[in-house]
Write a protein that binds this ligand. Structure first.
Ligand SMILES: [Zn+2]
Length: 395
């Protein structure tokens, strides 16, 4: 071998080694992979210090997909999950975790301390046991990791130790901070826990929200959403018969200009952040902008909160005297009182249900009975000549 060839070979070897070292070293970036596991949930996180975290593992048959996916993220291949979190024992969250535990070295496993008698959950407990590992109880206040020098922290906000009857409400809710950015993973927590969190005074603010319970109307309440105040929301959803994601959740997000990503539309989405800027590898959902509707229209309906909002996107006040609002499924009618005016660019809210009070002219009371059918109930607005003006949802 000539001297020149030797030097060339050495240089090539050094370059290859160097590239491995660089790829394996700290990148100062966090990567959050919102994985498309259909109507289930799983998020993989590569922390800036190259430690790894997996929150939920999809359904039973998602295990091998997760293993392959994680191994292909970078070179050298990831062989350890440092922090494994099962938000709650439902099969669509912990189903694939046994396979993950069998295939990777695992640092620590966090689960809420609740029982669930299913084969899938038992499989998980057996896999943990076989590995000779113990479960760390996931509870409010647990700091999973904390590194002050790079402002990196993962903290469990819920559940408290007084557990709920509803398994979803025992979900691990986790807030991850890196630099100036925060991520909130809500598991399948529902309104009850959201209210508790809002009232707790804990810092819920997050740039990115992993929406609770697959976008179900039981979660993502307005006060919670206002406390989190996200720029983007991820909904882990696939084909389902539950009506996920609920139209009112989508509307609440849209009304606050939150970018929406859905696993069934965008597939897996990868975010990277240096602690300041956040980059997305996909485009968010596009929805028709409300401003493009010219006229009077129903802009919002919450069947559960019994609220409906009518907007006037014209430059004139509109007289709503004797206009009619109809709950199509429940078959009830509300006639606007004579003299009801909807100002230009204004809105009016019509509420119903026990204990609620009118506050005219912005808030009108339909009835102190419950009007809307929670299983789905389109609203229709007619003018005083009985012409259909707007329907919600539009068809
Ligand atoms: Zn779920």
């Amino acid at each position: 071998m000539t001297k020149r060839l030797k030097i060339t070979l050495i240089v090539i070897i050094l370059l290859i080694l160097g590239s491995f070292l660089i790829r394996g070293a700290a990148t100062n970036k966090i990567e959050v992979h919102f994985l498309d596991v259909g109507q289930a949930d799983s998020t993989f996180i590569l922390l800036p210090n190259q430690k790894t975290m997996l929150i939920d593992g999809g359904n039973n048959n998602d295990g091998s997909f997760l293993v392959d996916y994680i191994k292909e993220i970078r070179e050298p291949e990831i062989n350890k999950i440092d922090y494994l979190v099962g938000t709650h024992p439902h099969a669509d969250h912990i189903g694939g975790l046994d396979t993950v535990i069998n295939e990777f070295e695992i640092g620590k496993i966090y689960l809420p301390r609740v029982n669930h008698n299913t084969k899938t959950y038992e499989d998980l407990l057996i896999a943990i046991d076989k590995k000779g590992m113990k479960i760390a109880t996931a509870r409010a206040g647990t700091v999973i990791f904390s590194n002050n020098s790079i402002n990196l922290e993962g903290t469990i906000l819920s559940p408290k130790l007084n557990y709920y009857d509803e398994l979803n409400n025992n979900s691990v809710v986790l807030r991850l901070v890196y630099g100036d950015r925060a991520f909130l993973f809500a598991g399948d927590a529902e309104a009850e826990v959201e209210a508790e969190l809002v009232n707790s005074g804990l810092n819920l603010q997050a740039d990115i929200l992993k929406v609770g319970h697959h976008g179900s109307r039981t979660s993502t309440t307005v006060p919670f959403l206002e406390a989190v105040s996200p720029q983007s929301a991820f909904i882990s959803v696939g084909d389902n018969n539950y009506g996920h994601p609920a139209a009112e959740v989508i509307n609440r997000l849209k009304n606050r200009n939150v970018k929406i990503y859905r696993a069934d539309q965008q597939g897996t989405v990868i975010l990277t952040s240096d602690g300041n800027e956040i980059k997305y590898d996909k485009k968010e959902m596009t929805y028709e902008k409300e401003e493009e509707i010219n006229g009077v229209y129903i802009s919002y309906l919450s069947l559960k909160d019994e609220e409906i909002i009518i907007k006037n996107n014209t430059e004139d006040t509109v007289d709503l005297s004797n206009w009619k609002l109809v709950s199509e499924k429940a078959g009830q009618e509300y006639i606007f009182p004579a003299g009801t005016k909807l100002p230009a660019s204004g809105q009016i809210k019509i509420i119903s249900g026990r204990g609620v009070k009118a506050d005219p002219p912005e808030i009108l009371l339909w009835s102190n009975a419950y009007i809307w059918n929670n299983d789905g109930d389109p609203a229709a607005l007619y003018n005083s000549s009985d012409q259909l003006i707007s329907r919600y949802p539009e068809e």
